[in-house]
Design a protein around this ligand. Sequence first.
Ligand code: UDP
Length: 324
Amino acid sequence: MARILVTGGAGYIGSHTVYFLRKRGHSVVVVDNLSRGDRANVPEGILRVVDLRDTARITSILKEERCEAVIHFAAYISVGESTKAPELYFANNVGGSSSLFEAMQQAGVNKLVFSSTAAAYGNPPRVPITEDQPIAPINPYGDSKVMVERMIELLDRYRGFRSIRLRYFNACGAEPEAGLGERHDPETHLIPLVLRAVLTGEPVTVFGEDYDTPDGTCIRDYIHVSDLAEAHIKAVEHLLYNGADAVFNVGTGLGHSVREVLSAVETVSGRKVPYVSGPRREGDPPRLVADSQKLQRTLAWKPVRADLERIIADAWQFARKLGT
Ligand code: UDP
């Protein structure tokens, strides 16, 4: 079993990945500056509170802990914020990554799994989306991830890095047995907002009901965070066993509309979802669905928690424990 550094391991997807890595017997060190992550998401003793831009400290952690690979999550993730303050995304997402890669270079660590995004495709010309579709982000968040992907390709080529880039679709759900779930501040994601509406009675807004989709609302590919975590484990193990560099989409291949999410929440919770209709949210493509055949074929990964009600039941269990 390997020694793995996880950046952003106190965040939502990072903490689930840490949980499954340890369950599989890997030894994990988390670096997180806690600017958005939560200390409570990380098991005792494995957290180092440090900013990725502190290249010297990251280098010494990699060396002292004898890390063999890095899984890199640490990043800001809000599309809206990125349009208001793109420089934050350059500094944190691009600058943080660049510093991490320099530290890896200095410490002699060359295996990397990177958390990328379907936002790299912007408004894709074809759905389901394969990895060879044009890269055309439509907001600074997506651009920041694409810039880091490009750096990684260059490091693979010129510095002997061995990397897997995972482009996620809509991460959601929770791992109740680990006490982990989704909690962003401010929350902008559909499923936690709908669950909050059920719990508080404050209506959630449906952003647009006039899209060219069967029920007029946007369609997304909702992937359970634990399935996503398993994809990272397959990816890092592939690199540890000398597998080749690659980029993979991670999604279920199923599309669900906003309305379908609302009605699945009603089925799972047994309560009505209070909601209001609102205008379209700027920059929302009508339909984003992954083709993740490449990942399924290459790494023998399968989304085993793809059922929407299952995803919502896990998220609901976590939301109820949280209160609001
Ligand atoms: N959405 C919505 N109301 C909300 C938040 C999201 O109708 O309060 C819609 C949004 O327009 C999109 C889908 O839900 O079609 C998923 O949005 P989310 O922000 O969760 O993820 P994104 O697809 O933007 O990554």
